[in-house]
Design a protein. Structure first.
Length: 275
């Protein structure tokens, strides 16, 4: 039976360390979350961010628009970009389909892009330069570090999204890991997952990975969040715990680390802006 990788425990440790740093500042940092439309899950995520931000000592502003044109939204973002009182800005995803996500995200000042999703920050990450790193990959690395999991192993990532898979691939490469990136077009996925010492799954499909697809004594990081009948499920079947050495639960694994990593990025954005 695997040992649970407790995201809530590590989140609280990171949060306490962050509060100590924030208390030493002579300014109050401000996080702005921009949301458009009426996505129920987004409302929950924005609320979680607000609660954690205020508990750390940040100002929190949610700019919500029921309906807004793309040009108007970018105009509002530009005002925030030049406002010295604003430390970090995120655009809550998903956006309504009529808005161009790429154009809107890349209108953010890269030094305030605390989700780490602008092309500027992604290129910086690839080049091993200082950058604001996407929050979920950042949180996964923090978990692996806390549990002292050796990264010089065979690591397999399933899922190549710009939010998780791609940046995590480069983060792990930067730590000299050997990484294979699988996706929906990968032929015979089991061949890859069965040989993974560390398996990271971020697809969004309940129970995609079954017990027979994982290596004995492997480490499993389940990033999937699948809401079905008001319950949350991961991408990895819970029976995989019987084969693994460590495994993240859903909920309570990667999710808490994503939000606290965002809060870390607000502090880092402040340091980068005052250089």
């Amino acid at each position: 039976m695997s040992k649970i990788i407790d995201g809530k425990l590590v989140r609280d440790i990171v949060k306490d360390e962050l509060i100590k740093k924030i208390e030493k500042l002579d300014v109050k940092l401000t996080l702005v979350v921009i949301s458009v439309g009426d996505d129920p899950a987004s409302r929950v995520y924005v609320s979680q961010k607000e609660k954690l931000a205020k508990s750390i000592g940040y100002n929190f502003i949610n700019l919500h628009y029921d309906n807004i044109t793309e040009d108007k939204l970018i105009s509002e973002i530009n005002k925030l970009n030049i406002d010295k009182n604003i430390t970090g800005i995120i655009v809550q995803l998903p956006l309504p389909n009529y808005l161009n996500k790429e154009r809107i995200i890349n209108s953010l000042n890269p030094l305030k892009d605390v989700d780490g999703l602008t092309n500027y920050n992604l290129i910086k990450l690839i080049k091993k330069e200082e950058a604001l790193i996407p929050c979920t990959p950042k949180g996964i690395i923090t978990l692996l570090d806390y549990y002292k999991i050796d990264l010089h192993k065979n690591i397999v990532i399933v899922g190549r999204s710009e939010l998780v898979g791609l940046p995590l691939f480069h983060l792990l490469l930067n730590k000299n890991a050997t990484v294979t990136l699988c996706h929906s077009k990968t032929i015979n996925l089991k061949e890859y997952t069965k040989n993974a010492d560390i398996l990271i799954v971020a697809v969004g499909k309940k129970g995609l990975i079954t017990k027979d697809m994982v290596k004995k004594d492997s480490v499993i990081i389940d990033v999937g969040i699948n809401r079905i009948d008001d319950k949350l499920y991961g991408d990895v079947d819970s029976l995989c715990m019987e084969n693994s050495r460590f495994m993240t639960p859903v909920p309570g694994g990667v999710g808490p680390m994503t939000v606290v990593s965002l809060m870390e990025n607000v502090y880092l954005a402040h340091l980068m802006q005052i250089k």
